[in-house]
Ligand binder design. Structure first.
Ligand code: ADP
Ligand code: TRP
Length: 319
């Protein structure tokens, strides 16, 4: 109460093992931006978004807890952050419906994520089509000023802005605040082991909580192109851990020694990730921490979002 800081909102879907692309592209920003204390952060697990592609109850339960543990293991301080599950806060789906009614099909058909999904499978589900409306609700319910995400989510934030404007215009109100995306240019797209964007759906990831052996396996699988001066795909991942000057000198010194450079990358990765891995393993051993966190996050997120829904219901005339 009485907290006048600008709000930060973001979420991650519990759909697979988190990878260093998720960390550098999104989660590290959550930690850095919240550490400064400038924002009031609401960070959640986007389980209802995940339901579009993951329809297995056991897996949903397991992956959801993994994301919560990951948030803490990467350094979010649960004292400073409202951490919750999207499905624990009914206002998200309620507001998502209201947004469906003011949004046109042709507008949503222009979304990249929908076009990509449709190109792969014509039998696309309605939830995938509506995805940006639920995401707009996630963001607008809390009056988010900024939304830290990787570059692939930029259009979704633009849709949330459009939706806020449209709602305010249609219902002649100023209920919703326009959010800004927060995208770090240098890590907007973290490359995978094949040089394309790192993504669990491409099978090219370096997992965030992997053992040293698993890290080594992933690094050794990085595709190297022997025609260039240096192994670009190794270099671009290595760049996440060292300055350009330092790395250029290293790559010059070990020119042509791709195996040696990969081994150095394994060392750097392992050194950087080890403390997070240790914390993650600790949390796995005590399930009550996750339960307690989700319980208090649910209470706070419900209170804030319900207050916003009262304004929304008045604005649309159902209250
Ligand atoms: P994936 O592409 O592996 O399915 P998600 O879509 O669940 O990952 O992404 C979760 C968050 O991580 C989003 O904010 C997204 O922008 C970010 N992210 C995912 N992959 C990358 C990447 N390769 N580079 C930068 N950010 C990424
Ligand atoms: N769509 C995001 C992703 O695929 C996850 C997400 C859902 C999200 N709702 C959000 C991110 C609200 C930021 C804000 O990664």
């Amino acid at each position: 109460m009485g907290d006048s800081r600008p709000v930060l909102v973001s979420g991650v879907k519990p759909t697979g093992d988190l990878h260093i692309g998720n960390y550098f592209g999104a989660m590290r920003q959550f930690v850095e931006l919240t550490k400064e204390g400038k924002y009031k952060p609401f960070i959640f697990v986007a389980d209802y978004h995940a339901l579009n592609t993951m329809q297995d109850a056991e897996e949903m339960r397991k992956r959801t807890r993994e994301v919560v543990m990951a948030y803490i293991a990467v350094g979010l301080d649960p004292k400073d952050v409202v951490l919750f599950k999207q499905s624990d806060v009914p206002a998200h789906t309620e507001l998502g419906w209201i947004f469906d009614t003011i949004t046109t099909m042709p507008y949503l058909m222009r979304a990249h994520a929908f076009k990509d999904a449709e190109a792969k499978n014509k039998e696309i589900n309605v939830g995938t089509f509506n995805y940006p409306m639920l995401m707009a609700a996630d963001i607008l319910l809390y009056d988010a000023a900024i939304v830290p995400v990787g570059a692939d989510q930029k259009q979704h934030i633009e849709i949330a802005r459009d939706t806020a404007e449209k709602f305010n215009r249609v219902f002649k109100t100023d209920v919703f605040t326009l959010p800004e995306p927060h995208i770090m240019p240098e890590v907007a797209v973290v490359p995978g082991t094949d040089g394309q964007k790192m993504s669990k759906s491409y099978g090219n990831v370096i997992p965030l909580f992997a053992s040293r052996e698993e890290l080594a396996k992933a690094v050794m699988s990085i595709v190297t192109d022997s025609s260039g001066e240096r192994p670009e795909n190794v270099y671009r991942i290595h760049r996440l851990f060292r300055s350009e000057v330092n790395l250029d000198a290293l790559y010059e010194e070990h020119k042509g020694n791709y195996k040696g450079l990969k081994e150095m990358l394994i060392d750097d990765l392992d050194r950087y990730l080890a403390p997070m891995r240790t914390k993650y393993e600790e949390l796995k051993g005590d399930s009550s921490i996750v339960d307690d966190l989700l319980e208090s996050g649910k209470r706070e997120a419900r209170a804030v979002s319900e207050a916003k829904m009262e304004q929304v219901r008045k604005a649309i005339g159902v209250a």
